[in-house]
Ligand binder design. Sequence first.
Ligand SMILES: NC(=O)c1ccc[n+]([C@@H]2O[C@H](COP(=O)([O-])OP(=O)(O)OC[C@H]3O[C@@H](n4cnc5c(N)ncnc54)[C@H](OP(=O)(O)O)[C@@H]3O)[C@@H](O)[C@H]2O)c1
Length: 240
Amino acid sequence: MKTIVITGATRGLGLATARQAVVEGYKVIAVGRSLSAELKVAISENPGQLFFEQFDLNEIESIHSFAKHIAKNYGRLWGLVNNAALGSDGVLATLHEKDIAQLIRVNVEAPILLTKYLLRPMLMNRGGRIVNVSSIIATTGFSGLSVYGATKAALAGFTRSLSREVGKAGITVNTVAPGYMETDMTSGLQGEKLEAIRRRSPLGHLAKAEDVAYAVTYLLSEKAENVTGSTITVDAGSTA
Ligand SMILES: NC(=O)c1ccc[n+]([C@@H]2O[C@H](COP(=O)([O-])OP(=O)(O)OC[C@H]3O[C@@H](n4cnc5c(N)ncnc54)[C@H](OP(=O)(O)O)[C@@H]3O)[C@@H](O)[C@H]2O)c1
């Protein structure tokens, strides 16, 4: 059974991906700050295959020891999905410096450090998968999301250069860019604003977390062995 780590798998897209990965036969280590009721149920339904590891990615100085803990307790690692992120919004002129720093720390610095340390066993195994969850906002822009957008564009840039570094070792690195999905992160977006986003989709509806999870599990699979350095957009056509 191949082992993968998914950050931010307590809710939303991470949880949908964890559920899908379990169905596809992976051993899944779900990382988050607190065990949600939904993840708890999923773990009880999949004993020995789905695990929760409590970790706050804001604590970047502890990431190295967390990666060692993962390697020691779960053995060979096949894949890492850098999904956890903060979605804080606000116009730049009034955004607090500490909120800007935290967004950059959790959305960029933490996944880069976690990748650095979890890549090591993959390099030794001569194979593996890294999937970075970005957003269509990285390329389209959205008022009130300038810092968030910067962090998501950073991850896409990280993907491309890292794919060049580790390709010879049989490791692929890709980005998934979701459009709007209904999760806790977007619960503040309702009414006419949400309708406007829906109207932009040629399909007349929005992608769900499950739709995006399929793209992530495809990139984790053997079938995606010749896909690297690329971005799969799952946005129900919103950016077409
Ligand atoms: N929702 C959208 O419309 C949308 C669109 C494009 C891209 N995305 C991207 O998709 C990914 C998932 O988003 P989502 O909508 O599923 O978000 P969500 O529902 O808010 O879930 C975020 C997840 O990240 C975890 N997390 C947040 N801060 C953390 C920290 N400091 N340490 C550890 N875990 C942390 C949360 O777990 P805990 O609370 O347990 O820590 C939770 O599991 C993100 O990268 C987001 O940027 C979302």
